[in-house]
Structure formats: C-alpha cells, structure tokens
Design a binder for this molecule. Structure first.
Ligand SMILES: [Fe+2]
Ligand SMILES: [Fe+2]
Length: 189
C-alpha cells in the first residue's frame, strides 16, 4: 500500500485482494496438511484429514476458476493471518505429548484453519453477490460448504473420541506424577 494512496477503492478491489489472500492460504494449507496427517494415527481423524487435503487441492483449483472468470491470472498475496494460525498450530502440536493430546492439538489447529477459511469465503460470497456475479458465487459456495463440513467432522471426532482419551491420558499422567511426588516425598522424609 502506497504512502498517499490506498489500494482498495471499490468492492471489486477488496474482492480481488480477498481472493488472492485465500489463494495463498489454501496453498499453505495444502503444504501443511501432510504434516498434520503424519502426526495422527486415529483412523477416523487420519482419513478425515486426508480427504480434506484432496478437497483443499480442489479449493485451489476452484479459486483458479474464479480468477479466470475475472480475467485475472491466479496470484497469491502473503496472508499474515494464515501464516500466524499455521505457525501457532505447529507450536501447539510440537509442545504436546502423548498420542491423544497431540491429536487433540492437531484438531484444534485444523479447526482454527477451517474457521479462518470460513470467514474469508463468507466475505467473498457476500461481495460477489453484491457485485451481481453469480458465476463467482457458485465455486466459492462449494469451497465454503466443504470447509464447514470439515469443521463439523473435526468437532465430532474430537468430542466422540479424542478429547476423552486425551483427558484420561492426562489424568493418568497427573496421577503418576502425584504418586511419584509422594514417593519422592516419602523417600526424602
Ligand atoms: Fe480450503
Ligand atoms: Fe479447509
């Protein structure tokens, strides 16, 4: 953005910027999902993430359709939002220990990504509607539908299985630490 000028003077400008932003974000997500898949072993979660990786590759492709409809070359702009979310997720997972706790951290990180995507697609759809561009709305809506479904799926895997297991693991861990502390205290006494 220039010192005396502003880059965005119309809804069309905002739309194009938002499109470039989510195009960058989707590409980063496609690069990151294989790492998340590596970190998990619960089959439902692994399958869900693998499926969403394929969907995310399609999201990139659908965004290219939107670029083409606008007569623009597909181009990403660095998105500080997704960079921050992905690096925070990486830190959270890297600092977690134990299968279920790691998986709970993976789900939380993946859901932060989904929510980011949902907000971006929501804006783009609303702007495309306002601009009277129904042709742009359709592929964006498809992406949004899949983001929401992925988010829902993550919630259900977390609530049905992983959070409970992670909670039990951490309680067991806490009990062990407590009994270790007790025996250490007993030894010291
Ligand atoms: Fe996506
Ligand atoms: Fe997604």
């Amino acid at each position: 953005m220039g010192l005396f000028t502003r880059d965005f003077k119309s809804l069309e400008d905002l739309f194009l910027h938002g499109l470039q932003d989510i195009y960058y974000a989707e590409q980063q997500i496609v690069k990151t999902l294989p790492d998340l898949i590596e970190q998990v072993s619960t089959s439902e979660l692994k399958q869900g993430l693998k499926e969403h990786l394929k969907q995310s590759q399609n999201h990139v492709w659908r965004l290219e359709i939107v670029f083409a409809a606008l007569g623009e070359k597909p181009k990403g702009v660095r998105c500080k939002g997704i960079d921050g979310i992905l690096s925070e997720g990486n830190e959270l997972i890297g600092n977690s220990e134990g299968r279920s706790v790691i998986e709970a951290a993976v789900i939380a990180s993946a859901q932060a990504v989904e929510h980011y995507e949902i907000t971006r697609y929501g804006d783009l759809i609303a702007w495309a509607q306002e601009m009277g561009r129904k042709d742009l709305v359709k592929p964006l809506r498809e992406n949004l539908r899949e983001e929401k479904a992925a988010d829902k799926k993550l919630t259900s895997v977390a609530q049905a299985k992983i959070n409970k297991k992670a909670d039990k693991t951490s309680r067991r861990g806490a009990r062990c630490t407590r009994s270790r502390t007790k025996s250490a205290t007993a030894l010291a006494a």
